[in-house]
Design a protein around this ligand. Structure first.
Ligand code: MN
Length: 338
């Protein structure tokens, strides 16, 4: 395993050294692991004296990651807006399949470009000419640490903070199952290089608009309980959000997650009239084995999602939509009445 890693890592370095111009990208809706790995790789390649162009991809740069260094290096272009003839190597980071490069158009990578995929997703389709996939790594940033170590790169403070934040975010602050003793070891080494981690974590986690907090307040003060308290629902009308200058975007603040943090409230619902007669619904459950909430999202409106987290939109007046949702819950989960 270690041998295989070293061989692949050496092969990648070899290809990089032979390349003239390297392309990097952030995946759609980029998270700190995507941004952090792209920025760290950009700095490493620049230090090697290689020409590198990192592109932002489909999405805008996230506001809560503005404290990361050198994010101004990211070119505001998506994959279809670049000229592939300008590049001979594409290093694809934190992307398990082609649709993580862009979802705006079908992706066809020119045969003149060599591709290297570096990723930690178990679902990775290994679509590169060279693939370095390690699903035991919490994040692409953790994997990059091993790669840079093999390459004898001196990780500087700017690289370290980008990689640290990627690891921190992909592990949910060292809480998810992908967190291992190795994760702590790597994070500790990065934190030792750059002590500034507290600041970037604070900026990332405390970047809500006042309207989002106002919305959370409105929602939490509207809680109603159904089915002997097994379902807790926050519901807010259009006139209420309008009164406080709250937009549709401000209503996605994790209210349904907050509801299910209470023991006994098995299903949490954020139910908000985001436009007149347009209800945006977020469903969450503590017990995905018992309640597959994506079934409810699918039968009311055209929603979907996962067993534990789903969403939908209902185009009906407020009270009618609420009754429709409650009826669907009852029909989908007869055990709610037991
Ligand atoms: Mn990742």
């Amino acid at each position: 395993m270690a041998n295989e890693f070293n061989n692949t890592a050496d092969k990648i370095l070899d290809v990089i050294k032979k390349s003239k111009r390297i392309l990097l990208h952030c995946h759609p809706y980029p998270d700190p692991d995507s941004i952090g790995s792209v920025l760290a790789m950009t700095m490493v390649l620049k230090n090697m004296g290689v020409e590198v162009v990192p592109i932002m991809g489909d999405s805008d740069y996230p506001n809560n990651l503005k404290s990361l260094p050198h994010h101004d290096l990211l070119l505001k272009k998506n994959f279809s807006e670049i000229n592939q003839n300008d590049f001979d190597l594409f290093i694809i980071l934190d992307s398990s399949s082609l649709d993580q490069i862009s979802r705006l158009n079908e992706i066809k990578i020119s045969s003149n470009i060599k591709t290297i995929v570096v990723d930690h997703h178990i679902s990775n389709q290994k679509f590169g000419d060279i693939n370095l996939i390690d699903e035991t790594c919490s994040s692409t940033c953790q994997l990059l640490f091993d790669l840079f170590t093999r390459w004898n790169i001196k990780i500087d403070g700017d690289m370290a903070i980008c990689m640290f934040l990627g690891i921190y975010a992909d592990t949910g602050g060292f809480k998810y199952q992908n967190t291992t003793d190795k994760t702590f070891l790597v994070a500790s080494k990065l934190a030792n290089i750059n002590h500034n981690f507290q600041k970037v974590i604070f900026e990332m986690e405390n970047n809500k608009s006042p309207q989002e907090i106002l919305y959370t307040g409105l929602a939490l003060s509207s809680i109603e309980k159904y089915f002997s308290g097994k379902v807790a629902m926050a519901s807010v009308t259009y006139s209420e959000i309008k009164k406080h200058g709250i937009t549709k975007e401000n209503t996605q603040t994790g209210v349904a997650n907050t509801l299910i943090s209470a023991t006994g409230w098995d299903i949490g619902i954020n139910f908000v009239e985001t436009e007149p007669n347009e209800i945006t619904v977020n469903l969450r459950t503590r017990d995905a084995e018992k309640y597959d909430v994506s079934l409810v999202a699918k039968s009311v409106g055209k929603g979907g999602g996962h067993k534990a987290a789903a969403g939908t939109t209902i185009y009906e007046p407020f009270e009618i939509a609420k009754k429709l949702l409650l009826d669907t819950l009852e029909k989908t989960f007869p055990c709610l009445n037991k």
